[in-house]
Design a protein around this ligand. Structure first.
Ligand code: GLN
Length: 507
């Protein structure tokens, strides 16, 4: 096969073929990606930490396995594939800062289940990617270390909080990556960086070894260059884990097998278009690209139906009560006693807590802790936390009725199609002093986390500035095969996913 594209630009499935045909070695592949990182990461700043020596050792081990295998097809699917991991996910041998000063020196004594599964499948781990502090944010500007730049326009944010992972995939600094999604943090940066991002159903993927933000909402998800790679990564990381009691004991389908190419591949698929997701104030180019994508789904055989998710307007306020409430409890452990370096000037017990936390947390994290503590405090609990939980049930019911159908609204739909984000990537600094403007970046993504079901973002166009636009396909709980199949059919009929940013190496 003639090499027309650089190695760092390959998809996982393309690289896997070349490795098995021995056209490329895993060491060559990893070296090519490391070279790319050295060339462009001064500008992109996707990585917080790298482990090149360990990566090259793992790649050499993959090459030995490839050389020894009598049947290369039987080798694990990610053998020799260089991947990046968001810094809220624990990897042995590397610090896990979660983008926070308070965890600057934290070396985890164990590894996340998702990382163990990637290693068992043969993956080569390159390093840790930048994130908003404790995954709170939509731009990586809340990272205590630095802001990641969007590879399509260095003056713009990559989205967040998994912005480092999304930018690394878009810039050729890994073949794919893991992120976490509590309110949109995989899908929104995927949309801003022109890559594929999937949030699995709550319980589909283990959260063991993930720095907790909001435990009833957090899920780990893949960021990849195409739908097949996202399916492969999901198949690898999904499944029950005895170390996470919220992970569900259901068999993991072969998500790759559901991506069959057929004539009119979406024949009979019922696609719901929620009227509440096309709101005033959204960028017109986003609306037109997403409407064009929906027309394309119809051409592929989908039956398009206008639907209503009537409680959508409450998703943002409900999320910003529940997520901070859970965060305020989860972040209590960073106190200078259990986690976090104790402040040197602290003389009393209370000073240990207040000085350590005062110096260790950034402004957004403090804002969330205060919001959450308030919503949970005696006298306010019923009015805020409890009421938000009740409205959360209504939001979930909106999705349940949309998928299952109801006597009033007729039969249900199989997938829901809408924008991932109301705008394309915004400028660095544009929203950093206006928390509400920042929170609005996730208006179309966070309802799924509250309801617990799954969603995928995939490229569906570009605006006039050349910035990527994302189409979001939402499925019912454990409907990953359906959204992946629909996303794959759309992807195969379009070429948005093949576009790459032009980056001038300066490193
Ligand atoms: N942007 C949202 C927030 O700040 C979602 C973050 C996430 O999904 N981790 O909470």
């Amino acid at each position: 096969m003639p090499m027309t594209r650089p190695l760092f630009d390959l998809t996982i499935h393309e690289a896997a073929v070349l490795l098995r045909q021995r056209q490329v070695s895993a060491v060559e592949l990893t070296e090519a990606v490391l070279e790319r990182i050295y060339a462009v990461d001064n500008d992109v700043r996707a990585y917080l930490a790298l482990m090149p020596e360990a990566a090259l050792e793992d790649a050499a081990a993959a090459d030995r396995a490839l050389a020894d295998a009598p049947d290369p097809a039987s080798l694990p699917p990610l053998l020799g594939i260089p991947l990046a991991i968001k810094d809220v996910i624990l990897v042995e041998g590397l610090p896990a800062t979660a983008g926070s000063r308070i965890l600057e020196d934290f070396l985890p004594p164990y590894e996340a289940t998702v990382v163990r599964r990637l290693r068992a499948a043969g993956a080569v781990l390159l390093g840790k990617t930048n994130t908003d502090e404790f995954a709170m944010g939509s731009s990586t500007e809340n990272s205590a270390y630095f802001t990641t730049h969007n590879p399509w326009d260095p003056g713009r944010v990559p989205g967040g909080s998994s912005g480092g992972s999304a930018a690394a995939v878009a810039a050729g600094e890994c073949l794919a990556a893991l992120g976490t999604d509590t309110g949109g943090s995989v899908r929104q940066p995927a949309s801003f960086c022109g890559v594929v991002g999937l949030k699995p159903t709550y319980g589909r993927v283990s959260r063991y070894g993930i720095v907790a933000f909001a435990s009833s909402l957090d899920q780990v998800g893949p960021l990849a260059r195409d739908v097949a790679d996202a399916a492969l990564l999901l198949r690898t990381i999904a499944g029950h884990d005895p170390q996470d009691s919220t992970s569900v004991d259901l068999p993991v389908p072969d998500y790759l097998a559901s991506l069959a190419l057929r004539d009119r591949p979406l024949q009979g698929l019922r696609v719901g278009v929620p009227q509440e997701y096309f709101v005033e104030g959204m960028q017109p180019e986003v609306e037109s690209a997403v409407r064009a994508a929906i027309a394309q789904l119809a051409e592929l055989g989908g039956q398009i139906r206008e639907i209503s998710l009537p409680h959508t307007a409450y998703a943002l306020p409900v999320y910003y009560i529940l997520a901070p409430a859970e965060a305020s409890a989860n972040l209590a452990r960073y106190d200078g006693v259990r986690f976090g370096p104790r402040h040197p000037d602290a003389r009393t017990m209370w000073e240990v807590f207040t000085k350590t936390r005062g110096a260790g947390f950034g402004p957004e994290v403090k804002r969330r802790i205060m919001l959450g503590t308030y919503a949970l405090s005696a006298g306010y609990y019923d009015a805020w936390y409890l009421q938000a939980q009740q409205v959360r049930t209504l939001l979930k019911r909106d999705f349940d009725l949309a998928f299952a159908g109801s006597p009033g609204a007729g039969d249900g739909v199989d997938v829901i199609a809408c924008p991932t984000s109301p705008t394309t990537a915004f400028r660095i600094g544009e929203r950093s002093s206006d928390p509400l403007a920042m929170y609005l970046a996730d208006i179309f993504t966070l309802s799924l986390n509250l309801a617990g079901n799954c969603g995928i973002s995939l490229p569906c166009g570009f605006d006039q500035q050349g910035l990527p636009i994302g189409l979001q396909l939402i499925g019912p709980a454990f409907g990953e095969s359906t959204i992946l199949a629909a996303a794959y059919a759309f992807e195969q009929a379009t070429d948005w996913h093949t576009r790459r940013p032009t980056l001038q190496p300066t490193g």
